[in-house]
Write a protein that binds this ligand. Structure first.
Ligand code: ADE
Length: 427
């Protein structure tokens, strides 16, 4: 049920599980804030300059504490915020309640049905946003298909993740994209850290929290060797797993091989894996023929954006019974063996844990905050395309992050600068 609050922030609407959970959510947000120094500096600037005064920002992101810090940063910059989740299982109800208390319009709860999920995206769009911040492109997709009457008002958007960028580039190719979008995912200070170290740590975190099982000595099959797969494979290896990588791209497969992993087809990996983690961004990576080959007790989970990497319909069709054996673990009985699915095959790091570490999201969300400001200041000059984050923004975020970590680096001397620019000077 939609409710409203009226206080010093003005009147706003919300639909969350329980508004009384706000104090717990507030504690989580405070903790995250303390560990997100780069976003903190941007917040200070925004607070002073109020660049978003009079601007409504519609957001669909995993609604957990770090996301709340981003939303609050934009609010401090003068924006009105309407926010929902970008996955039915990743919203933290206490954080959503705290966001409503903090002055945002919030429509999100953990465990939304598909209809409720789309209803909540629509509720955000009902606020007629000027700027969109999306993770996975569902909000932008809805705008371009069912809410086209709102397109005229949109200055542009920012997209967080690989899956969303793939969709947006397909829209751009077909001439279907109706506003400029900043590609936050491909900023160096995003993917090199978030996709790799973020997913690497948080996916393993989700598995460990949920199962309470040992990684050491297990055969862990990582499907996909993009930046997320690289991170997961690296961390699983670091914890003593025997890591197998499956990949369709020969260059990435070669990289995995030379990084020291066993590389094979999923049909071969299926027979030996104890834990399977999909990170491909593609559907049906683990399907019927693989499930039939798996060992008794194999654990399946996904770290890609959508819950279609493990074919759940196949799993259900093969199963003679399904039951929940532990929070976030479903047991599928296939003849005399059992397979275990974590977090309904949704992003294991968010459905079964708290998402990426704060220090990593600090940089990802600094890119979102500055990306939104870039759209605000440049939208009239931009075409309806997907744009890379300016390199200067990346350098600034990296420099601020290093500073916050107390790391100093060298600078080129004038002589060195000249040397690098002079093509005549060889020795
Ligand atoms: N927390 C908020 N957004 C996230 C994302 N896209 N991945 C991991 N953790 C997150």
């Amino acid at each position: 049920m939609i409710r409203s609050i009226k206080d010093q922030f003005g009147e706003r609407m919300y639909n969350v599980k329980d508004i009384n959970l706000a104090p717990e959510g507030e504690k989580k947000i405070e903790w995250a804030k303390q560990h997100m120094p780069v976003l903190g500096l941007i917040r200070k600037e925004f607070k002073k300059e109020k660049p978003f005064k009079g601007i409504t920002i519609g957001m669909a992101l995993h609604l957990e504490a770090k996301t709340a810090v981003l939303a609050e940063t934009l609010m401090e910059g003068g924006a009105k915020i309407a926010i929902t989740g970008c996955n039915p299982l990743s919203t933290q109800d206490d954080v959503a309640a705290a966001c409503a208390k903090k002055g945002m319009h919030v429509y999100a709860w953990r465990g939304e049905t598909t209809e409720e999920y789309y209803e909540n995206l629509n509720k955000v769009l009902d606020h007629n946003p000027d700027i969109i911040i999306d993770d996975g492109c569902d909000l932008i997709f809805l705008l371009h298909t069912q809410r086209t009457e709102l397109l005229d008002n949109i200055m542009g958007g920012c997209e967080e993740t690989t899956t969303g960028i793939i969709r947006l580039k397909a829209m751009e190719r077909e001439g279907a994209l109706k506003f400029p979008v900043m590609d936050v995912n491909d900023a160096y200070t995003k993917y090199l850290f978030d996709n790799r170290y973020g997913t690497g740590q948080s996916a393993i975190d989700g598995i460990i929290r949920t199962t309470n099982l040992l990684i050491a000595g297990k055969t862990v099959v990582v499907a996909g060797y993009g930046w997320c797969g690289k991170g997961v494979a690296m961390r699983a290896k670091g914890m003593g797993a025997n890591v197998v990588v499956t990949e369709v791209n020969p260059i990435r497969a070669l990289e995995a091989k030379m990084d020291g992993f066993r590389v094979m087809k999923m049909e071969d990996a299926a027979k030996i894996g104890d834990i399977f983690i999909t990170t491909t961004g593609c559907k049906d990576v683990i399907r019927k023929e693989h499930m039939l080959l798996m060992k008794d007790g194999a654990i399946l989970c996904n770290a890609g954006h959508f819950d279609n990497e493990i074919n759940k319909r196949d799993l259900r069709e093969l199963a003679t019974s399904v039951r929940v054996v532990r929070n976030n673990i479903e047991e599928y009985k296939l003849g005399d063996k059992k397979l275990y699915l974590l977090g309904e095959g949704r992003l294991v790091n968010l459905a079964c844990a708290d998402g990426h570490p704060c220090e990593v999201m600090d940089m990802s969300f600094a890119n979102q905050a500055l990306g939104a400001k870039y759209i605000l200041e440049n939208h009239d000059k931009l075409e309806n395309k997907v744009y890379r984050i300016p390199y200067e923004q990346d350098l600034r975020i990296a420099s601020l992050k290093l500073k916050s970590m107390g790391v100093e680096i060298d600078e080129l001397t004038e002589e060195q600068k000249k040397y690098l620019e002079d093509w005549r000077e060889g020795t």
